[in-house]
Design a protein around this ligand. Structure first.
Ligand SMILES: Cc1cc2nc3c(=O)[nH]c(=O)nc-3n(C[C@H](O)[C@H](O)[C@H](O)COP(=O)(O)OP(=O)(O)OC[C@H]3O[C@@H](n4cnc5c(N)ncnc54)[C@H](O)[C@@H]3O)c2cc1C
Length: 446
C-alpha cells in the first residue's frame, strides 16, 4: 500500500474484529493491523446461530456461499421457514409449545468454521499479529489529529495507529481506558457523571450460567434414532432453566447450551444505578464433567435425560454483560461487539451484532471524505446508529431468557407471540437502513 489515508488498529481477532478486518479489506487506501492476545486466532468449540439480518451482511461481504457449505440446513431467504421450535420440558412428559418462523433461515454453524471463513477472507494487505495483548493506549488531544494513538502491549512493545477499534470482548481493556478517559473529559461529563462512566468498566453478572458442549450426533442416534434435536433447533423451557440445541458441522454434532437462571439477578442485570454491582464468585469459564451437566439438569422430561446421558464433558460459562454504555466512541477510539454491548445468549444475537457493528463502521471509515481530521465525526455517527440498536437487542435477549426460564408469569399460550415480537427485527429489518442513515448523517455533518 503506497500511502494509506489512515491506519486502523483492531485489538481482538474474534468474530467482531475479524469481520471488521474483512470489511475494511476492500478499501485500498486504509491500512489495517489486527492484534490478538492469544497465540493463534481461534474460537471456542461450540455453535453459533446467525439470523437473516446479520447473515445478509456476511453475504454482502462475499462470505455467504462459503458459510452455507458448513451448515446442514437448506437455505431459503424468500420464505418463512422454521427457525426454532419451543417446548416445555419441566414435566415428565414434555409438551410442544410453538414454532418460530423467520423470513430466511437462522443459520447455525460451528464457531471454528465461521471464524476460519472470516480469516480466509481477510486481505493479505492486513497485518495480523498474535500473542499481542494490549495493556493500555494513549490518545493525543483532539486538536492533534495527525499525532498517532500509542498502543502498549504486555510484551513491552508499542505500536501506533490513527484509529483504535477495541474488539476485545466482554472484559475489554480498550473499554476500560475509554471510560477512564471519558470520566475526565470536560465535554463528556456534560452527558454523564464520573461514576456512570467508571461503572461501565467492569462487566456485570447476567444471572445466567451456561452449560455448553457438543453432543456427538451418532452417539445420540444410536440410543434414540428419532430424537427431535437431531433434526432442527429447539429451545426447551423449565423453571429457571432452559436448553437450546441445534445440529452443526453438517449434522455431526448437536450444539447444546443449557442455562441455569437466577430470577432476581436476571431482573437486575441492566440496573443503571452506578452503585449497583452484580458479581459472580468463581471462574467465569471452566471445564465441566458430564456429571455436572446431569446433576444440574436432571428431572426434566425423558428425552432431555437421554440427551444428557450422551454428554462427555463441556464448559460452564457464567454469562456476563456490559452495562448499557452511554457512548461507545471517544475521539478516534471505538468499541465493537462484546466490548461495547456484551449480551445474554437467549436471542442468539451477540455475534450478529458484532458483525453489524463491523459493517457499519467499515462503511463509514471507507467514505471518500473521511480523513484523519474527520475520523471523530465518522465514529460519532457509528455510535449514534449502532449503540441504541444493539442495546435494544441486548434488552430483548434478556427478556426472552426470562420467558424461557418461566420467570414472567406469561401464560404459555402467549409466549410464542411475545418471543416472536421481540425477535422479529432479525428478519423483518435489514442493516441497509442503518447504513443509509449513517451515510446521510455523515454527509450532513462533513
Ligand atoms: C452461551 C453463549 C451462546 C451464544 N450464542 C450465540 C449465537 O447463537 N448467536 C450469536 O450471534 N451470538 C451468540 N453468543 C454471543 C457471541 O458469542 C459473542 O457476542 C461474540 O463472540 C462476540 O464477538 P467479539 O469478537 O465481540 O468478542 P470475542 O469473541 O470475545 O473476541 C474478543 C477477542 O479479543 C481478544 N482479546 C481480548 N483482550 C485482548 C487484549 N487485551 N489484547 C488483544 N486481544 C485481546 C480475545 O482473545 C478474543 O479473540 C453466545 C454467547 C454465549 C456465552
Amino acid at each position: 500500500m503506497s500511502c494509506p489515508k489512515f491506519r486502523v488498529a483492531i485489538v481482538g481477532g474474534g468474530v467482531g474484529g475479524t469481520t471488521l478486518a474483512v470489511a475494511l479489506s476492500k478499501y485500498e487506501d486504509i491500512a489495517v493491523d489486527v492484534y490478538e492476545r492469544a497465540a493463534h486466532f481461534s474460537e471456542v468449540g461450540a455453535g453459533v446461530g446467525l439470523w437473516p439480518r446479520p447473515f445478509k451482511v456476511l453475504k454482502k461481504l462475499g462470505l455467504g456461499d462459503e458459510l452455507l457449505k458448513k451448515t446442514p440446513i437448506p437455505y431459503n431467504e424468500e420464505e418463512y421457514v422454521t427457525a426454532m421450535k419451543f417446548r416445555r420440558s419441566d414435566l415428565e412428559e414434555g409438551e410442544y409449545l410453538f414454532t418460530m418462523k423467520s423470513k430466511g433461515n437462522l443459520v447455525y454453524i460451528h464457531r471454528a468454521d465461521f471464524h476460519s471463513v472470516l480469516l480466509d477472507n481477510v486481505s493479505p494487505s492486513v497485518e495480523t499479529y498474535t500473542s499481542k495483548r494490549l495493556d493500555s493506549y494513549t490518545q493525543p488531544s483532539a486538536d492533534n489529529p495527525s499525532e498517532p494513538i500509542i498502543l502498549n502491549f504486555r510484551d513491552g512493545s508499542t505500536a501506533t495507529c490513527d484509529i483504535l477499534v477495541g474488539a476485545d470482548g466482554v472484559k475489554s481493556v480498550v473499554r476500560k481506558f475509554m471510560m477512564q478517559n471519558l470520566s475526565r473529559d470536560v465535554d463528556a461529563l456534560k452527558k454523564c457523571s464520573t461514576e456512570e462512566y467508571l461503572a461501565c468498566i467492569e462487566p456485570v453478572f447476567s444471572g445466567g450460567v451456561s452449560y455448553r458442549t457438543l453432543i456427538q450426533a451418532d452417539k445420540l442416534r444410536a440410543v434414540d434414532p428419532n430424537h427431535r434435536v437431531l433434526e432442527g433447533a429447539w429451545t426447551a423451557f423449565g423453571v429457571n432453566r432452559s436448553i437450546t440445541t441445534y445440529p452443526i458441522s453438517m449434522g455431526k454434532y448437536v450444539n447444546f447450551s443449557a442455562m441455569s437462571l437466577d430470577k432476581d439477578l436476571m431482573a437486575n442485570a441492566f440496573n443503571p444505578d452506578p452503585s449497583h454491582r452484580q458479581t459472580f464468585d468463581g471462574e467465569w469459564v471452566r471445564p465441566a464433567s458430564a456429571k455436572e451437566f446431569t446433576d444440574k439438569f436432571r428431572g426434566m422430561e425423558k428425552d432431555t435425560e437421554i440427551m444428557l446421558n450422551c454428554i462427555e464433558d463441556g464448559n460452564i460459562w457464567a454469562v456476563h454483560v456490559t452495562r448499557n454504555l452511554p457512548v461507545q466512541v471517544h475521539g478516534r477510539v471505538a468499541l465493537l461487539g462484546d466490548a461495547a454491548h456484551s449480551m445474554t445468549p437467549y436471542q442468539g444475537s451477540g455475534a450478529g451484532q458484532a458483525v453489524e457493528d463491523a459493517y457499519v463502521l467499515a462503511t463509514l471509515l471507507g467514505h471518500p471524505r473521511i480523513t484523519r481530521e474527520t475520523i471523530p465525526q465518522a465514529l460519532a455517527v457509528y455510535d449514534e446508529v449502532r449503540r441504541p440498536f444493539a442495546i435494544g437487542v441486548a434488552r430483548g435477549s434478556q427478556e426472552v431468557g426470562q420467558i424461557a426460564g418461566l420467570q414472567t408469569g406469561l401464560p404459555f399460550s402467549e409466549m410464542g407471540d411475545k418471543i416472536n415480537g421481540i425477535t422479529s427485527w432479525a428478519w423483518e429489518t435489514e442493516v441497509d437502513g442503518a447504513v443509509e442513515d449513517a451515510q446521510r448523517m455523515l454527509e450532513e455533518r462533513l
